[in-house]
Design a protein around this ligand. Sequence first.
Ligand SMILES: N[C@@H](CCC(=O)N[C@@H](CS)C(=O)NCC(=O)O)C(=O)O
Length: 198
Amino acid sequence: MMKLYFVPRTRATRPRWLLEELGEKYELVRLDPSTGETKTAEHLARNPWGHVPVLETAEGPVFESAAIALHLADLHPEKKLIPPPGTHERALCYQWTFFAMSEAESAAVKLAAHARARTLDTPEGHEAKAGVRKALHPLEAILARQPFMLASGFSVADVVLGSVVIWAAAMGAVTDAPHLQAYLERLKARPAWQASVS
Ligand SMILES: N[C@@H](CCC(=O)N[C@@H](CS)C(=O)NCC(=O)O)C(=O)O
C-alpha cells in the first residue's frame, strides 16, 4: 500500500485530496515539523529538503505535490481525472497545473509571508494581495463558461489550482470574483477535499 507523508494544512493536502478522489487505499503518516519529524535522517532520505508531501511507492519515494498528484491520476485512467496522453485536453491539464505551481503559487507565497509577519496592512502587503488578484482574476472569464478548469470536467488540475485558490481566499485575496468564489465553494463541497484537510 502507498504511504503519504503528511502535515495538515500544507501542500500535502493536494495528493491526499487526489487519493481520496480516486478511492485509493493508502497509509497516512503524519509528521510534526515542530518536533523535527520532517528533518530526521529517514525523512531527509525521502526528501533532501525535509519537506512534505512525499508519496512512498513500491518503487521508491516521489515528492513535489503536483508531480505526485499527476502521477496518481495517471495510475487510474478509468477515473478520468487526467485526459489521455497526447491530447489537447491533456496539454491544458498540464497548463493549469504548471500555472498553479508557478504563477499562482508564487503570488500566494509572497502574500503568505506578509500574513505570517502580520504586515498585510502595509503598502507591501497590499501589493502582495494585488499580485494574487492579478494572477487569479483572469480565471473569472473561464469559470464563467465552465465549472472546472477543463471543459471535460473535474480533473487533477482543479486539485492543484483549486488548492492555491482556496489558500489565497483564506488570506482574503479572492474578492470581487464571483466565479472564482463559486469555484472554490464547489471544490470545498467535495467529500474528498473535506477528507484531506485535517
Ligand atoms: N514545492 C513543494 C513544496 C513543499 C513544501 O514546502 N512543504 C512544506 C509544507 S507546505 C513543508 O514540508 N514544511 C515542513 C518543513 O519544512 O518542515 C511541493 O509542492 O510539494
